[in-house]
Ligand binder design. Structure first.
Ligand code: CTP
Length: 398
């Protein structure tokens, strides 16, 4: 299912060079299933034309409060009735000042005042304008009024200066908008996750690792963040971008993953161990590259020693977090999963068949808890992750 399916968004543009990013945003929003009604201030039309916005949204664009195309001449009311949100991007300093004071002297500011749905703003301005106490006061007022403020980020600005005030990129705004609509089931919680493979050195150039892509763990980190949690992701090497708003700590070996988890677990409410952790490490790691000519006819003899079981150790902590484990099995899923849940001493274990889901974009999960086995519908890893977060939230002690 598309992330913005059945959502109707009023997208307001105010005057700022960041308007050029909105062409891309509208495309991405419609790709995700949203119906987008664009409303522009007169200033915004100096930066991007209503024709461009109409072509990309596939809907009429509104600028003028006296637009006679609206049958009852009340565009400021009609446009937001039935809308799921109003997003102002870019939101200029001037427009935020108007919003903070309830001013209504053009179509966009009037419809914001008359709306009956949530309002999100994406500020875009020069760093001095952003830092100005008047702007900061207005932003605080907007937050206090329940407005969601997306960004801004810091960096090089169109004016040539560098600092805070850059509008978020289109893909970041899209991610934040999608997250906005997810239920905040884990608000105020700290979720700690492990994800991806660990890899254990054999010699300075070789490692022993596994085929975990990290996709399920990263999808869960994103879903936990969307659900309002603070998220720390201890991750083995993957090719995936870190989900927006998630703190990622990269590690290589199982022992590094163990140490990073123990350093972060203190204030974690939930621990989700998704990583495919190497059960053993090479005991006799060679300090030099192993050569084919070494003893044993060229095949090196490797000795192994066990790695710490991170999940089992966290599950034993006094006042530790609520623990969720994963079991990637190749056969007898229910039997192995039940046994693993008992052995690790955890309330919830998520089972899947490794050969079916490793590196795939889809997954098929079965939850095992004290009440038995509960299969979840097969699907996209992000959908499955959101469902799993809801299942975790429902089982968490208050
Ligand atoms: N796990 C862990 N530390 C380890 C091994 C596993 O934290 N050293 C976690 C995994 O992240 C997963 C769960 O324990 O959540 C089960 O991992 P899995 O490899 O399936 O199980 P093992 O305990 O290693 O058992 P086996 O290899 O016999 O299946």
């Amino acid at each position: 299912m598309l992330d913005l399916a059945r959502k109707r968004i009023v997208l307001g543009l105010t005057g700022g060079i960041a308007c050029y990013k909105i062409a891309e945003l509208v495309r991405r929003m419609t790709e995700q299933g949203a119906t987008v009604d664009v409303v522009m201030t007169e200033a915004a039309t100096h930066f991007i034309t209503p024709v461009t916005m109409q072509a990309l949204s596939g809907r009429p664009v509104f600028v003028d409060a006296w637009d006679a195309r609206v049958p009852n001449n009340m565009a400021h009311i009609d446009l937001t009735r039935g809308a799921d949100a109003v997003l102002i991007a870019p939101a200029s300093a001037d427009f935020m000042a108007k919003l903070a004071h309830g001013m209504a002297d053009d179509l966009l500011s009037t419809l914001c005042l008359a709306r009956a749905c949530p309002l999100l703003v994406a500020p875009a301005m020069n760093r001095e304008m952003w830092a100005n106490p008047a702007t900061q006061r207005n932003v605080e007022q907007l937050r206090a009024d329940g407005v969601s403020v997306l960004g801004p980020s810091a960096g090089e600005q169109a004016c040539g200066e560098t600092g805070d005030g850059r509008m978020l990129e289109a893909h970041e705004l899209l991610t934040d908008l999608i997250a906005f609509f997810q239920p905040k089931l884990l608000a105020g919680r700290h979720v700690l996750l492990t994800a991806g493979p660990t890899s254990e050195p054999v010699d300075p150039v070789r490692v022993l690792s596994n085929r975990s892509s990290g996709k399920t763990g990263y999808a869960l980190a994103r879903a936990a963040r969307e659900a309002g949690a603070r998220v720390t992701l201890i991750t083995g090497a993957t090719f995936l971008p870190v989900p927006r708003g998630v703190t990622a700590l990269p590690v290589t070996t199982a022992r590094q993953m163990h140490d990073a988890v123990m350093a972060s677990v203190g204030d974690a409410d939930i621990f989700i161990a998704v990583a495919a952790v190497a059960d053993w490490r090479v005991k006799n790691v060679s300090t030099q590259k192993l050569k084919k000519t070494s003893e044993g006819g060229g095949a090196p003899l490797m000795e192994f020693e066990p790695n710490p079981d991170i999940l089992a150790e966290v599950a034993k902590l006094d006042n530790g977090p609520w623990c969720v484990g994963f079991a990637a099995e190749t056969e007898k899923l229910a039997e192995h999963a039940e046994a693993k849940r008992a052995r690790k001493g955890i309330p919830l274990l998520v089972g899947n068949l490794a050969h079916k889901v490793m590196d795939a974009d889809t997954t098929e999960l079965v939850l095992f808890d004290a009440q038995g086995a509960h299969p979840l519908p097969a699907g996209d890893k992000l959908d499955a992750a959101r469902r799993l977060i809801a299942e975790i939230a429902a089982r968490m002690p208050a």
